[in-house]
Design a protein around this ligand. Structure first.
Ligand code: SAH
Length: 270
């Protein structure tokens, strides 16, 4: 038994209730980083965010008609892209009630309400029966969960044997934990995932360090900064002046901080 770790669901909800409104307007409803082919790839941030979703879909490898659980669904865009690309049914869960409202409205607007639904649930205490889903992903959501082992055990429980799991998340290099001072973010090293997954009942299929692909190419950074500048005041209110200053510094690679990495994982439920 692992020791009990307190859930931070209320604090996460508080951040995302605010943050999602902001992102919904500037980022096409994606709340994750982008994937660029190389430093010459001039895809917009929005296009690169969709490219990262496609990377996740490849790792999940879903079949038409399957039931997929999106653990930490944000405001729904990844679930919509998944449902469209693979003809699957998606249940998205989040601890932010405002995200559920937004995502549910969006599902109606894009005509996917029959196949994509959003519900309030904490990943560490899922309101679903054993084996209820054929696949699941945690797309930049595990980073918020203090008890990652429990979240993975719960995900394993609601998956049928043989189901696929995909994870996309930030990690930290050994000895360089950029997340240490952050109240609702706890990064782990890339090597930690294997043990966590195996103990939760998954077999690891593939671990890819895709850090170079999440670094925003220079021409894209300029466009992104201009976009963000239009919303400067609101952004300062949500993220604080220091973060905004760093983001706007042309010498700093957007979103990059020493020790930051990005991992994509494919696994199978035993
Ligand atoms: N996957 C989405 C959102 C990423 S943001 C996207 O790529 O756009 C992180 C998401 O994880 C938010 O929706 C947040 O509410 C959710 N989250 C964080 N901790 C959670 C928990 N314990 N249970 C369920 N969702 C959680």
């Amino acid at each position: 038994m692992s020791k009990a770790v307190e859930s931070n669901a209320d604090e996460v909800a508080e951040l995302y209730d605010d943050f999602s409104e902001f992102h919904a307007r500037i980022n096409d409803n994606n709340l994750h980083v982008g994937y660029w082919e190389d430093e010459h790839d001039a895809s917009t941030f929005q296009a690169a965010a969709e490219a990262m979703t496609r990377q996740m879909i490849r790792r999940l490898d879903p079949q038409a008609g399957q039931r997929i659980l999106d653990v930490g669904c944000g405001i729904g865009q990844p679930a919509f892209s998944l449902a469209r690309a693979c003809q699957v049914d998606v249940t998205g869960i989040t601890v932010s009630r405002r995200q559920i409202e937004r995502a549910t409205m969006a599902a109606e607007e894009v005509g996917l309400a029959d196949r994509v639904r959003f519900e309030y649930a904490d990943a560490t205490n899922l309101p679903y029966g054993d084996g209820a889903f054929d696949g699941a992903w945690l797309f930049e959501s595990m980073i918020h969960m203090p008890d990652k082992a429990l979240a993975l055990r719960e995900t394993a429980r609601v998956l049928r044997p043989g189901a696929r799991l995909a994870i996309g998340d930030m990690f930290h290099e050994p000895g360089l934990d950029w997340s240490a001072a952050h109240p609702i973010v706890s990064a782990i090293t890339i090597d930690t995932y294997a043990g966590l997954l195996e103990q939760a009942g998954f077999s690891l299929l593939k671990v890819d360090d895709v850090t170079p692909h999440m670094l925003v190419p220079k021409p894209v950074r300029t466009v992104l900064r201009d976009q963000m500048l239009e919303h400067r005041d609101e952004w300062v209110r949500i993220a604080g002046e220091a973060v905004v200053q760093q983001f706007l510094d042309p010498e700093v690679n957007t979103f990059y901080t020493p020790g930051l990495g990005y991992v994509l994982i494919a696994a199978r439920r035993d």
